[in-house]
Design a protein around this ligand. Structure first.
Ligand code: M6R
Length: 607
């Protein structure tokens, strides 16, 4: 996710801003920039690493003791110099940095352009600078307030103007923002680690609040102008803990970010009635209606996300869909062809096998749609259509929040294709939309149940082998739960369709062998319970993932990980979280290196 820095005080702002941005590098970014006011506003920004920005500042230094800075992780527009923040209005009197997404930026941009505004970037953020300038009438706070009222979305914005040169105005609408209180100087940042070496006293800005920062401190108010009396907190974490947001590991932080990731992936893309807007998916209804088959290709966790996509596409689109490991598909004698849509899924967009499979599909006449988390990645550059997952940078090698966003992206895609093909009716579209919009709250609830996952982890921490079973969508989730467990806990684990157990693996189920059973698919519930009984009869220890209202499972399970009741079609989104948490806690109890598991890399760029 992007990083924000701001400084007002007696010192030169430039070096402080750059230093703060460097301390946010762990979050990932693809360009960086700073703006400093000194009579006029001067901006320096550069694509790539902060070192590029530093080189630029060496040649053309900035002088001034108030400024704002940003590291950008591209969402709208490629990672270029022009798209890097800060962005100014055409007069250069107002400058903005921004995290998050302005959902209605396209219509705002069109209105502003119609009034004569000329834009120098492809970003949604630049619109904010133009809006603040247009609304300015002698009061920067009022102008910011008006701009915010016009801008839908989840974001944080920071504004500086030469008209009111000793203040920074910032707003939080979901994306994080903190104020660091120094002695005669004040800092602003998206994250505490950026300024922890300057101060340990912070004001945490909450959603829908506006803060005015000067060298004397900060005043907080609601976006409607009501004063807010906010006490400073004193942070005792060290810098490393602060990077992890106070969590012990990035993996746990990223698991906990998943409700926000769902919100972000959906932002501006899904109406209540199920109408979907996918900004970089360019095919028309005619193309969608003529698709004969969908191929999904990916590796690892992304492949498991594809298994969910396969089920969704088959069920609600009634569209033949095959999911293939990319390393297999690339050597399959070309079986993909025209009138077939290939969906390549990759968090990094750089996985060598996935790139090769995507190319193979494209070379054989298939249209290629990329679902990826990284704007400008190789996969995105190769694709005909792109669906960015917007999960933000994922640091832990074990993928969690990126997987979550891949699932949400595929529901959106299914609605989009289903509307064109007439296979998703209005009632189903509205139901799925409702389920997706309710999902962040449901996920928060699942996360509150972490102690259940810890209890399950205690049960399996010393096992030799762990088995995961389920049917349909539950099988797809079982696959992901098993991979998560093995990659960080180093326990052997295997997943299989529940019906497959009795065809061989049952021979391995003896006293105390843990079997994790997924029970969110009501149409096959009784069938799955039969498999559970087979396990119990051999003395296996059953850990179930089941709905709150499922009382039947209490008869058989040694432990139940509960999720709130919801539509079966959407249950995988919630059901994966207890499995992620269980894997996390097993690895923690076994004292493993959770974020950097042995032998694994975050991005597998070799074959
Ligand atoms: O970047 P990608 O999504 O293409 O990566 C694919 C796999 O290497 C990745 O999902 C891997 O399986 C993860 N470590 C699983 O947590």
């Amino acid at each position: 996710m992007c990083g924000i820095m701001g400084y007002v005080g007696p010192q030169e702002a430039g070096p402080i801003l750059v230093d703060g941005l460097k301390r946010l590098e762990y979050r990932g970014y693809d360009s960086a920039g700073v703006a400093v006011t000194n009579g006029s506003i001067n901006v320096r920004k550069a694509q790539g690493k902060i070192a590029n920005l530093e080189d630029m500042l060496e040649v053309e230094p900035l002088v001034g003791s108030i400024g704002i800075g940003h590291t950008r992780w591209a969402t709208h527009g490629a990672p270029t110099d022009a798209n890097a923040h800060p962005h100014t209005d055409p007069s250069g009197e107002f400058v903005v940095v921004h995290n998050g997404i302005i959902e209605n930026f396209q219509s705002l941009r069109e209105q502003l352009a119609a009034d004569g505004s000329e834009f120098t970037s492809e970003t949604d953020s630049e619109v904010l600078a133009h809006l603040v300038a247009r609304e300015y009438d002698g009061d920067l706070v009022e102008a910011v307030r008006k701009a915010v009222a016009l801008s839908d979305g989840a974001y944080a914005m920071v504004v500086m103007s030469k008209r009111e040169p000793r203040k920074i105005v910032a707003v939080r609408k979901i994306s994080p923002l903190v104020v660091g209180l120094g002695d005669g100087e004040t800092f602003l940042a998206s994250d505490i680690p950026a300024v922890l070496h300057h101060t340990r006293d912070f004001l945490i800005i909450e959603d829908d609040e506006l803060v005015v920062v000067t060298e004397d401190g900060a005043t907080v108010e609601t976006i409607d102008g009501e004063p807010v009396d906010r006490d400073a907190i004193h942070v005792t974490w060290d810098a490393e803990q602060a990077e992890k947001g106070g969590y012990e590991h990035f993996m746990l932080k990223e698991i906990n970010e998943q409700p926000a990731v769902v919100t972000e992936t959906l932002a501006g893309r899904l109406d209540e009635d199920g109408t979907v807007w996918l900004e970089d998916v360019d095919f028309g209804d005619d193309y969608a209606a003529a698709i004969d088959r969908v191929w999904i290709t990916a590796c690892g966790t992304a492949y498991h996300a594809g298994l969910i996509g396969q089920e969704i596409f088959r069920r609600i689109l009634r569209l033949p869909t095959n999911v293939e490991y990319a390393h297999e598909l690339r050597y399959a004698d070309p079986i993909v062809g025209p009138n077939e849509l290939t969906i390549a899924i990759s968090q990094s967009g750089e996985t060598a096998d996935t790139l090769a499979a995507a190319r193979l599909a494209g070379d054989n006449g298939s249209r290629m749609l990329a679902i990826t988390n990284v704007v400008g990645s190789t996969l995105s550059r190769y694709a005909d259509d792109i669906l960015y997952t917007r999960a933000g940078p994922e640091i832990s090698v074990a993928s969690t929040k990126a997987y979550m966003a891949m699932l949400i992206a595929q529901y959106l895609l299914a609605l989009r294709i289903g509307a064109a093909r007439g296979t998703v009716n209005a009632e189903l579209a509205a139901r799925v939309s409702h389920g997706l919009h309710q999902m962040p709250a449901a996920l928060e609830e699942v996360l509150r149940r972490e102690p259940e996952a810890l209890a399950a982890a205690e049960l399996i921490r010393s096992a030799e082998d762990v088995y995961f079973i389920g049917r349909g969508l539950d099988y797809a989730i079982a696959m992901e739960g098993s991979l998560k467990l093995k990659e960080i806990s180093y326990l052997h684990s295997e997943a299989m369709p529940a019906g497959e157990l009795k065809h061989g693996t049952l021979a391995l189920i003896t006293d105390g062998v843990p079997v994790v059973v997924m029970l969110t698919q009501r149409d096959v519930y009784d069938k799955t319970i039969s498999a559970v009984q087979e396990v119990k009869a051999r003395g296996g220890a059953v850990i179930a993932v089941a709905y709150d209202t499922d009382t039947e499972i209490d008869k058989y399970a040694d432990l139940v990980l509960r999720i709130p009741d919801m539509e079966d079609l959407m249950a995988p989104v919630a059901a994966v979280i207890p499995l992620q948490l269980m894997a996390y806690h097993v690895a923690r109890l076994r004292d493993n290196d959770i974020d950097q598991p042995r032998n694994l890399a975050k991005s597998v760029t070799v074959e």
